[in-house]
Design a protein around this ligand. Structure first.
Ligand code: IVH
Length: 735
């Protein structure tokens, strides 16, 4: 384990006392050290040093290598992309193969499936099916040992998947510990299968953030979910809202039906697909498919079909599988919804961060039950790549089933008059120059006072996920701006009934309603306010994390970038952005005016349990704990409101020491920091009768926290019974 002092580095030139020989030796040592930390981080999910310390090590190595480029070995960590080892995920063999599903596309084919099932079962067998939505995400297997989540893997090729345990632990809807009702036995081993997905809202937010950061957007929620789960940095997964629906279970106490399987999963604390039903005939199946097609557009997530599963497990077993598809289940896929129409123009929209987004103006066309006349074109690269020209006939579909997107151009129908698109050099809102940073896809307006920023910022401020001012949508904001009644969000709180009544279609009643909604927004709390202010990179979740940590605006405003970056899931980019935002006199003035207007600048009390012994404390973990793996223990502490740090200092409140704890333990003793063991750590965590400190960010109870008597989770991956093929309670259970 290295101590922080050893990673203080000098500039990239030969310093006093340094020779080529000493530097090359140092470089060699650095490579060994970096490899060790990469292994800890990427493979064991147990980093021993902070990202900053890691960066310091690689920077020092780079600076030495720059002096002696001929001496850089091909396997140096600096030669890999981004300087990271990125060994990827370890592979894990599924204890029972993860099957896929065959597809059918129409009623006839579904009827054939039903017939095949009935023909394969003994004559006269009653057959029923469970019908579920087909969630558009990626399949995942979650292994629970004695009730604790010990391993999670992607489907991979069905036999072997990727170990994504650390990332899955960041998904709030996945219990880290099964919720077993009192008096019931905790299953020794359980393999829960289901779908990791991203809601459309989360997808849209993520893409918005990516546009702001100059990154390419994800094409759809499924890709976004896959990209977010298969992240080498679990902190990135944690920032992206992923969800999970469980639909299958492999365990010793096998359910008798799929129906019972779903109920058992619910009992253990999993979300199961909404709106499933039992069908007894082909007609029932088709009815569900139709019903679901109507309903699915209103769901918060994408579903691309419906799955019919033979209900009785004994029948499933008899039917078996062909290759990778079970004979007892089938997916009905809805036809992709596409339409052709003419691209009449390409217009530029300027967003609240000054990003210019091209949009297609289309000849109105019916698609998925609504009339579409606009579609997103993302950015210049997208238009060039697809060679989209004004006047073209284009194929559109609905990405995320809500935002229409141009898929392709029908080249055969291109008229001679079609005009290639050119990104304007000037902002269409204010005429200032636009720029595109190297490596970014987005063009931005360079005018810090561009009217679009103010308008879009106001629209965002009042929007549902922010201050939620009902009746204050884009149309009203535009009118307020045009009438000169508002310029900044603070002006909203000074509006008078008479002023509002001068607006179009605004009578006394609607004016009063709007004033009431504005008044109500004052109590939204610090988290919503921080999101509403539109600080770059601070999304809804970031606002909540900051509010939870600082509790009031003054404390947050006094925080340094370094301090902010130390908060779980915040990181340097957000930290810098927050500090920069508050450094602007205009923004400080806005906050002061909002405060004066009576806007709540505190985090609402019920969200934090300040009485928890770890609340607001800094913990350092060192050594190997008897039962808890490092990542789980850290998350438990963080869930209780603690900060987890990689190094011991005077500011450390507790060092949780396991076996073979080294220099950190010594340092804690020298500094007089409290040292506790795992048992004490669990006891203190359990000293929380209200349980409020165990509450996760979405407000639901995290099932994965122990109480005093609850026993402990097993050591995770490092003694995984499946990795070696031993201890598999389900040997022979695969189809
Ligand atoms: S059952 C043997 N149920 O669809 C059980 N799969 O196209 C096989 N999927 O790999 C899976 N929703 O990722 C099942 N309600 C649902 C599903 C579902 C989505 C996915 C799953 C599977 C893929 C096959």
């Amino acid at each position: 384990m290295i101590e922080k002092d050893t990673v203080q580095y000098k500039a990239a030139a030969l310093q006093d006392g340094e020779t080529k020989e000493t530097l090359l030796r140092e470089a060699d040592e650095l490579r060994t050290l970096i490899r060790h930390h990469e292994y800890q981080y990427y493979v064991l999910d147990a980093p021993e040093i902070s990202d900053a310390e890691y960066d310091a090590l690689t920077n020092r190595l780079r600076s030495i290598e720059a002096l002696f480029p001929d001496e850089v070995p091909p396997d140096s960590p600096t030669r890999r992309p981004g300087g990271y080892a990125a060994p990827g995920f370890t592979q894990v063999k599924h204890m029972v193969p993860m099957l896929s599903l065959g597809n059918v596309y129409n009623a006839g084919e579904m009827g054939d499936f039903d017939q095949r099932v009935r023909n394969a079962l003994p004559a006269g067998t009653e057959v029923s099916y469970v019908l579920e939505p087909k969630i558009d995400g990626l399949a995942c297997s979650l292994i629970y040992e004695n009730g604790w989540l010990v391993r999670a893997a992607t489907r991979g090729d069905g036999e072997t998947g990727e170990n994504v345990t650390a990332n899955v632990r960041a998904i709030r809807s996945i219990p880290r510990r099964l919720r077993v009702p009192d008096g019931e036995e905790v299953p020794e081993l359980l393999d829960v299968r289901g779908e990791v997905y991203m809601s459309r809202d989360a997808f849209l937010r993520l893409n918005e953030e990516r546009i702001e950061a100059g990154e390419t957007e994800f094409a759809n929620p499924r890709n976004a979910a896959a990209g977010s789960l298969r992240q080498l940095d679990p902190a990135v997964t944690a920032r992206r809202s992923l969800s999970f629906f469980a639909y299958y279970l492999v365990g010793p106490a096998e359910p008798e039906t799929q129906e019972e399987c779903l109920r058992t999963l619910e009992k253990y604390g999993f979300a199961t697909p909404e709106h499933w039903c039992v069908a007894h005939s082909k007609e029932d199946i088709l009815r569900f498919i139709e019903e679901h097609d109507r309903r699915r557009r209103e769901l918060a997530y994408d579903t691309d079909g419906a799955v019919a599963k033979v209900n009785a497990v004994w029948q499933q077993k008899l039917l078996g599988a062909t290759g990778k598809d079970p004979r007892w289940a089938i997916a009905y896929k809805y036809p992709p919804e596409q339409a052709r129409t003419k691209l009449e123009d390409i217009v530029i929209q300027v967003g609240r961060t000054g990003v210019l987004t091209p949009a297609a103006v289309l000849a109105p066309v019916k698609l998925s039950g609504s009339t579409v006349s606009r579609a997103t074109l993302h950015n210049e690269d997208f238009i060039i790549e697809k060679d989209i020209r004004i006047g073209d006939t284009v194929v559109i579909n609905k990405a995320a089933e809500i935002i229409p997107e141009v898929l392709s151009v029908v080249k055969e129908l291109r008229p001679d008059t079609a005009v290639p698109f050119v990104m304007p050099k000037e902002c269409p809102e204010c005429g200032w120059a636009v720029t595109r940073k190297e490596g970014e896809a987005a063009y931005r307006c360079t005018n810090p006072h561009c009217p679009a920023l103010g308008r879009e910022g106001l629209i965002h401020f009042a929007s549902r996920d922010a201050m939620d001012i009902e009746g204050c949508g884009p149309a009203v904001i535009n009118q307020l701006l045009e009438a000169g009644l508002v310029k900044t969000p603070a002006d909203l709180y000074e509006l008078k009934e008479e002023q509002l009544m001068t607006l179009e279609r605004m009578g006394k009643k609607s004016a009063d309603n709007l004033l009431r909604a504005i008044e109500k927004s004052k109590t939204k709390g610090l988290d919503k306010l921080l999101f509403a202010l539109g600080i770059r990179h601070v999304g809804a979740k970031g606002g909540r994390l900051l509010a939870l940590q600082y509790k009031n605006m003054d404390a947050l405003m006094a925080a340094s970038a370094e301090e902010l970056a130390g908060i779980r899931d915040i990181g340097a980019v957000i930290a810098e952005s927050v500090v920069t935002w508050f450094a602007s006199p205009g923004n400080r003035d806005l906050v002061a005016r909002l405060k004066e207007a009576g806007v709540d600048m505190e985090m609402q009390a019920q969200d934090v349990n300040e009485d928890h012994p770890f609340y607001g404390k800094t913990l350092v973990f060192t050594g190997t704990m008897p039962t808890l793996d490092r990542a789980t223990a850290q998350t438990m502490a963080q869930d209780a409101g603690a900060k987890v740090s990689g190094s011991v200092s005077k500011k450390t409140d507790f060092v949780v020491a396991g076996a073979e704890a080294g220099s950190k333990l010594e340092k804690a003793r020298t500094l007089g920091v409290a040292v506790i063991d795992e048992a004490e750590f669990l006891r203190l965590l359990g000293q929380n009768p209200s349980g409020a400190g165990n509450e996760n960010l979405s407000g639901t109870k995290a099932a994965g926290l122990p109480d005093a008597e609850a026993g402990s989770p097993p050591a995770a991956e490092n003694n995984d019974p499946f990795a070696s093929g031993e201890g598999n309670l389900f040997a022979g259970m695969g189809e």
